[in-house]
Design a protein around this ligand. Structure first.
Ligand code: FAD
Length: 407
């Protein structure tokens, strides 16, 4: 019988939650051998970069979080493969190719996968996605010969992709179901300006529209938009992502929208933890952001053998630079304006709305104040009161004179 490779720690899924978990374990002077099984065609990389660098393009190892040497230095064995079963009773994971590994502790860091819209008249493979680096490379190949792009989905991913394709000189049409793009992250007033800017430079924006059928004729896609027949060379689906829970569910772990974890990142099995986009937290939330996944990877490592640090959801933030605007949104989802004191301020370059409850800063949406984005984040993390916030992040921004040598 084939000998089973045994590891004290096995991780399934190679991305930021996994890397942060490894980093933290090593910082804690845990030197137990780790096996990382990653499912993509390259070592873990900065996923956030892939759709923001389409104009410049990228090489296969451009955005790697760490190189081979780092894994070797940190005693991490790497397997490139897809895990398709976990045997919780015997503590064994199996890959699609039939390899099996025994674990003492297991981290599930399987993240999320795109959900593409189901549209009658075309096959799923007709729709490009931008979930993985390989997907973006495939889309970039199209840009060598194709001119017109229909992007379905008006969230951040859709708008960022539209921005990049437009900057590559492509004709871009973006269609979203919501009243405005990025509606979950920004108030209408912010998005009106963005949309007007997009329209001005020739990007077509259709809000409140959902496409139900597309015809493919001689390789060209034909659809109806607001009673007009429109043709496109390429369709890109940016309609969100869902946690990769199938593996965990089949193994018998408790799952709902994500893999259910407690505040210690523990799943329903004592020896299995989950972190990152795949984890569903106590309040039902699945985070879907890079720094949140990083934080959870760290917590999973800290809590691997004993309960050390509870997970509390820190205020999430999203930064994006699209169509010449720097946009920042923190803890905005779920804000009911009537329950907050909102300070709306603007100067020449900056627009910001600060949401206070009981005198404490709870949420920020902002445009143009890129240099101070970290200070807004700090203000939320440390729950600054109104006076402190307005004093430490004043508007207009004070002019700082910097004198060169000789003064
Ligand atoms: C295009 C794009 C842009 C983004 N931009 C931003 C941004 O600007 N800011 C931000 O905060 N967030 C952004 N995000 C979200 C952010 O990238 C994610 O929150 C983060 O990557 C989640 O990390 P994770 O470690 O949970 O897993 P993921 O990054 O989702 O990776 C999980 C990995 O596990 C692998 N895997 C899954 N199942 C298996 C299996 N059975 N066997 C082996 N491997 C498996 C997957 O293939 C994948 O490689 C963006 C996401 C995308 C797609």
């Amino acid at each position: 019988m084939k000998k089973l490779n045994k590891y004290p720690i096995v991780i399934i899924g190679g991305s930021i939650a996994a890397i942060s978990f490894i980093r933290t374990l090593r910082q804690q002077e845990n030197d137990k051998k780790i096996l990382l099984i990653y499912g993509e065609d390259r070592l873990p990389y900065k996923r956030t970069k892939i759709n923001k660098n389409m104009v410049r393009g990228f090489e296969k190892d451009d955005f790697l979080i760490a190189d081979n040497q780092w894994y070797a230095d940190n005693k991490v064995d790497l397997i490139n493969g897809w895990v398709d079963a976990i045997d919780l009773t015997n503590h064994v994971v199996s890959t699609k190719k039939g390899a099996q590994f025994a674990y003492e502790k297991l981290l599930l860091a399987t993240g999320a996968a795109s959900v593409l819209p189901r549209i009658s008249g075309i096959e799923m493979q007709d729709i490009h996605k931008v979930q993985n680096a390989f997907d973006v490379e495939k889309l970039l190949l199209e840009t060598k010969t194709k001119q017109s792009y229909l992007i379905i989905g008006g969230g951040v991913e859709g708008i960022e992709t539209a921005d990049q394709l437009h900057r590559k000189g492509k004709d871009v049409t973006i269609v979203g179901r919501m009243k405005y793009p990025m509606q979950k992250l920004f108030p209408t007033e912010f998005m009106e300006d963005l949309v007007n800017g997009m329209l001005k430079i020739g990007v077509e924006v259709y809000n409140g529209v959902s496409i139900s059928s597309i015809k493919k004729v001689n390789g060209i896609f034909e659809t109806r938009l607001k009673n007009e027949t429109r043709h496109f060379d390429v369709i890109v689906g940016c309609t969100g992502a869902v946690p990769n829970i199938v593996l965990a569910k089949n193994a018998g772990l408790n799952t709902a929208n994500g893999i259910v974890v407690d505040e210690w990142m523990q799943t329903s099995d004592d020896d299995v933890l989950a972190a990152g986009d795949v984890a569903q937290h106590k309040n039902g939330e699945v985070t879907g952001l890079w720094h949140a996944a990083e934080h959870q990877g760290k917590l999973a490592a800290l809590n691997l053998y004993e309960k050390v640090e509870r997970h509390t959801l820190p205020p999430y933030r999203l930064k994006t630079e699209v169509f010449g605007q720097f946009l920042f949104s923190a803890a905005y989802e779920g804000i009911f304006p009537e329950k907050f004191e909102i300070i709306k301020e603007a100067d020449k370059d900056i627009l910001r709305w600060l949401y206070f409850k009981d005198g404490v800063l709870k949420s920020v949406v902002m445009r143009g104040d890129k240099d101070r984005a970290k200070v807004y984040q700090q203000a939320l993390m440390e729950a600054w009161d109104k006076e402190t916030t307005l004093k430490k992040i004043p508007l207009p921004v004070p002019i700082v004179f910097s004198f060169g040598a000789g003064f």
